[in-house]
Design a protein around this ligand. Structure first.
Ligand SMILES: Cc1ncc(COP(=O)(O)O)c(C=O)c1O
Length: 492
């Protein structure tokens, strides 16, 4: 690398200024036009400007990687190959042992694919183990494709849930003995941002002959990852999946990084052009080479190249540095939210017991999560997410205590009904472009909501689809964005 180029903090300060969407303005319910504060990065991240510019340049050379010969095809093929290598090195995955391939639109496609592959190559082992904190994308594929799924409980300190409990993992592995095919755990919860000890968990799974796969959707952009651990190979991760759209590149694909020796054992899950050496009328010969054999059809070439560019920037800054910066921001947000009497925070908040990044979920006493999220958006231009974040069992487990308050009034038999009505939280989530000023805005807004609950309640009605709709204020689509309007302007 050219040492004159910025790295570390200098590069960090430069790129975090420039994300597309940081300066977007909307009119709010008070009539003012203000800058949006984007606290929904766990759902999807904003786009890195460097990546946008790289992709714009790339489009001038854009061609199909299956075309080989002409200049554009050669450039596209070289850069697409580089994208695979870059992602392997970002993941500290030994390229002799692992391959990386792009698939579908996110983690979900990759996780389904892995579940099917592992079911088929280890058909004598029919159990998958996941944790109770998983996103549905790292739970339902295993329920669908494996015979049985068992859930690892979480460590609990005075009733507050932390990361996965490694002792319980051992117990479950012992219980199912030789039957466990694999353990699949998220690196970071998309609800609480709690970080799991994935390499330690991998070593335990391996002790019992199980494979260990990681849902890296919330990990890749936030925490350094070691798929290969040369001084302790028992801690190696066998496969990891993540989403490009959560790694600063909207429109980029999902990524699977997996041990080649596992994939090699069966014909690739998907077949078509690009993955075959030769095709005869009565048979076909699959390529030996990775990643080609795993990528049937024309891939999302610009998305993959853009993702590798984003990862290159993160690498130049340094993931350890980014992790420290984000932990500092999250700790500050947690500490300040905790000081507000009305706020109920979910998951372990003691930094000595577990690390957290990216996401914080909370409720405000006496206010539905839907109402809080609507007020944050409509009055404060703060974009958050609410409800259960595709992690129903985890959210349910954490709000049980809140629900118990209702038992006295509705009785235990109606608690499931109350849960359907009340389930959910508000999630504020952060990424590399998030700043202390965003936390300041959130805290100020939450304090205001807490002080004026009746006023805000009076401004909304609940629609037939259970959404909080403001009595008079609506987003002005014409003022903000419309594809047709933009096309009209551009072609005129
Ligand atoms: C932890 C986790 N896993 C999996 C997913 C699914 O990712 P995608 O929608 O990109 O497939 C998400 C999305 O929010 C997530 O947060």
């Amino acid at each position: 690398m050219n040492h004159a180029l910025p790295t570390g903090r200098k590069l960090y300060e430069k790129i975090r200024e420039e994300f597309l969407g940081l300066n977007t303005q909307y009119s709010v319910a008070t009539g003012e036009k203000t800058r949006r504060i984007y606290l929904d990065s766990t759902a999807t991240t904003l786009m890195m400007k460097v990546v946008h510019d790289v992709m714009e340049d790339f489009y001038h050379h854009y061609a199909n990687t299956h075309s080989f010969l002409h200049f554009g095809a050669r450039i596209a093929t070289r850069e697409y190959d580089w994208a695979h290598q870059k992602i392997l090195s970002f993941m500290n995955a030994d390229p002799d042992k692992y391959t990386c391939f792009f698939t579908g639109s996110g983690t979900t496609a990759g996780m389904n694919r892995l579940a099917r592959v592992l079911r088929d190559i280890r058909s004598d082992r029919s159990v998958a183990i996941v944790s109770i904190m998983e996103h549905h994308s790292n739970d339902l594929p295993h329920r669908k494709h494996m015979k049985e799924v068992d859930h690892i409980p979480l460590k609990s300190t005075n009733g507050t849930l932390g990361c996965i409990c490694l002792d319980s993992l051992k117990e479950i592995l012992k219980k199912h003995q030789e039957n466990v095919n694999y353990v699949a755990v998220t690196g970071v919860s998309n609800v609480t941002g709690i970080v799991n000890p994935i390499n330690e968990a991998a070593a335990i799974a391996h002790e019992y002959g199980a494979l260990f796969i990681v849902d890296g959707a919330q990990l890749a952009a936030h925490v350094p990852i070691k798929m290969s651990v040369p001084d302790n190979p028992a801690q190696d991760i066998d496969a990891l999946v993540f989403s490009g759209h959560k790694t600063y590149v909207p429109g980029s694909p999902g990524v699977v990084i997996a041990r080649k020796d596992l994939l090699q054992q069966i014909e690739p899950e998907e077949v078509g052009g690009g993955m075959v050496e030769d095709v005869f009328i009565d048979r076909y010969v699959v390529k030996d080479s990775f990643p080609d054999r795993e990528e049937a059809g024309t891939p999302n070439i610009p998305g993959a190249v853009g993702l590798a560019a984003a990862v290159d920037v993160l690498d130049r800054i340094g993931m350890e540095f980014l992790w420290d910066e984000e932990k500092r921001l999250i700790d500050s947000a947690l500490d300040r939210l905790m000081e507000i009497e009305d706020v109920v925070l979910y998951g372990e908040t003691d930094h000595d017991l577990c690390d957290r990044v990216a996401s914080i979920s909370f409720n405000m006493k006496g206010m539905d999560h839907g109402l809080v999220a609507a007020v944050l958006n409509d009055y404060f231009n703060i974009a958050v997410r609410n409800e259960c974040f595709c992690a129903h069992p985890y959210v349910k487990e954490m709000i049980m205590d809140d629900l118990l308050d209702f038992v006295e009034t509705v009785g235990i038999e109606d608690i499931e009904h109350v849960y359907q009505l009340k389930r959910g939280m508000v999630r504020a989530s952060f990424a590399v472009y998030s700043r202390e000023s965003d936390v300041n805005a959130l805290i100020k807004a939450v304090k205001d909501i807490s002080a004026r609950k009746d006023y805000y309640r009076s401004q909304y009605e609940v629609s037939s689809s259970d959404e909080y709709v403001h009595n008079s204020f609506r987003l002005d689509h014409a003022e903000s964005f419309s594809v047709q309007e933009t096309v009209s302007t551009l072609v005129s």
